[in-house]
Design a protein around this ligand. Structure first.
Ligand code: MRU
Length: 360
C-alpha cells in the first residue's frame, strides 16, 4: 500500500547488501524510517521491541531472521539455536512458530551448500503468499461490506481495533483488506479506529495508513465503541487475530473481547479476518494460549512529538502506582459472527473451519 503516494511492503530483502529492510513501526506516525536488519539478533530484537508487529509480519520477519542466521553462520547448531530464539521472541501470535517451522522443514531436506538460496526463496514465498492471502481476504470480505451498502445506500461505518492493517502484514492487511477493496470499488466507507491503549496501534498505525489511502476515519478512545453501537453508528466490526483456535475462539489485541460483547449486545456483526497461517489447529482450550505480558512502562509512559518535532516519552501515572500490561485477550467463538479467510467466509466453529480447510 502507499505512503506519500509510493508503494511499499512492510519487509523486503535487499539482495545487493544482503540485509532485510523493514519500516520501523516504533517511529510511526511521526517519522518514516526504513531500518536494516543485518543479523538474526537484529530480527529478534525488532520483533521484541515491536519495530515490526502484527501476526503475519512477525511471521515474515522470523522467516527472514532465519535467512540472516544462515548468512552469519551456516553451522546447523547455530541455525537451530536461532530458530528457538526467534520462536521465543513473542509468545502469542502463532504465525511466528508457524513460519520458523516451515523454514526448518524446508531446510531439513537440503544440502548445506544450498541453505542460503533455499532459505531466501522460502522466506520470500512466505511473504508473497501472505500478500495473496490478504488480498483474497479483502475480496471475500468486500461482499459483506457491499451487502450493507446495498441495503443502507449510505456510508458504511466500520469499527476496528488495534492495527490489523497492511502494516501488520506484508501488504493489504487482514481487517483492512476488505476496507481497501471496498474503497477501490467506490463504496463510501468511514472507519472508527480504536486508539488501542497502551501502545496506540490504532491511532498511530491504522489511522495513519488509512489517511495515506485517503479513507475517512476517526480515532476513538477504546471505551467509545459501545455508545457508538448503541446509537446505531457502527454497521460492522472487523478485527484481526494473533491466534484462532480450531473451535473458532479468537485471540487478539487486549480489548477485542469487550468490543465483541458490545457488538453482540447491539446486534452489530463482529467479523474476524485472518490468513490460515494464524489458525492454531493443535491448542484445544483457549486457556492454554500464551498471553503476552509486556512491560508496564508501556502503560505508565506515553510517547509523542514535542514542538521541535522530537519524539518524547513522558510519565502519566503516579510514580508509586503498579500497573499490569496484558497484551491480548480471547473472544469466545459465540461472539464472532463469521471468520473471513483467504478461502472464504465461515462460521467460527470447528466444523466450518475444518470444512473450509479440508481438515479431518
Ligand atoms: O501487539 P501487536 O501490535 O503485534 O498486535 C497486533 C494485533 O493484535 C493484530 O490485530 C493481529 O496481529 C492481527 S494482524 C493482521
Amino acid at each position: 500500500m502507499k505512503i506519500e503516494g509510493k508503494e511499499f511492503r512492510t519487509i523486503w530483502f535487499d539482495e545487493e547488501n544482503k540485509v532485510v529492510k523493514i519500516i520501523d513501526q516504533t517511529k510511526l506516525p511521526h517519522q518514516f524510517v526504513i531500518k536494516d536488519l543485518k543479523t538474526v539478533k537484529d530480527a529478534i530484537n525488532a520483533i521484541k521491541v515491536m519495530e515490526v508487529r502484527g501476526a503475519p509480519l512477525i511471521g515474515g520477519t522470523a522467516a527472514y531472521g532465519m535467512v540472516l542466521a544462515i548468512l552469519e553462520n551456516n553451522d546447523l547448531e547455530f541455525i537451530k539455536k536461532s530458530a528457538e530464539e526467534l520462536i521465543k521472541s513473542r509468545p502469542t501470535a502463532i504465525n511466528l512458530e508457524w513460519a520458523v517451522h516451515r523454514m526448518n522443514n524446508k531446510l531439513s531436506m537440503i544440502n548445506s551448500n544450498d541453505l542460503f538460496s533455499v532459505a531466501l526463496k522460502e522466506a520470500k514465498e512466505i511473504c508473497d503468499e501472505d500478500v495473496k492471502f490478504c488480498e483474497n481476504i479483502g475480496l471475500n470480505g468486500l461482499k459483506l461490506i457491499e451487502d450493507i451498502y446495498i441495503k443502507k445506500k449510505d456510508t458504511v461505518n466500520i469499527l476496528t481495533h488495534c492495527n490489523a492493517g497492511w502494516l501488520a502484514t506484508i501488504n493489504w492487511g487482514t481487517a483492512t483488506s476488505p476496507i481497501y477493496h471496498a474503497h477501490k470499488k467506490g463504496i463510501p466507507i468511514h472507519v472508527w479506529v480504536d486508539e488501542t491503549r497502551p501502545r496506540n496501534q490504532g491511532a498511530n498505525l491504522t489511522s495513519y495508513e488509512l489517511n495515506e489511502e485517503q479513507i475517512p476515519n476517526t480515532i476513538i478512545a477504546d471505551n467509545t465503541g459501545g455508545i457508538l453501537m448503541q446509537r446505531g453508528e457502527v454497521d460492522m466490526c472487523i478485527v484481526g487475530t494473533d491466534r484462532t483456535l480450531s473451535n473458532g475462539d479468537v485471540c487478539n489485541k487486549i480489548g477485542t473481547y469487550l468490543k465483541a460483547l458490545a457488538a453482540y449486545d447491539n446486534n452489530v456483526p463482529f467479523y474476524v479476518a485472518l490468513p490460515s497461517s494464524t489458525i492454531d489447529w493443535d491448542t484445544k482450550n483457549s486457556k492454554d494460549i500464551p498471553i503476552e505480558e509486556r512491560n508496564s512502562d508501556e502503560l505508565s509512559y506515553i510517547e509523542g512529538i514535542d514542538n521541535k518535532n522530537q519524539i518524547k516519552k513522558v510519565l502519566i501515572y503516579p510514580n508509586k502506582s503498579k500497573a499490569i500490561n496484558l497484551a491480548f485477550d480471547v473472544t469466545p467463538a459465540k461472539y464472532v459472527t463469521s471468520l473471513i479467510t483467504e478461502k472464504g467466509i465461515c462460521d467460527a466453529s470447528s466444523e466450518a473451519l475444518k470444512n473450509l480447510f479440508n481438515k479431518n
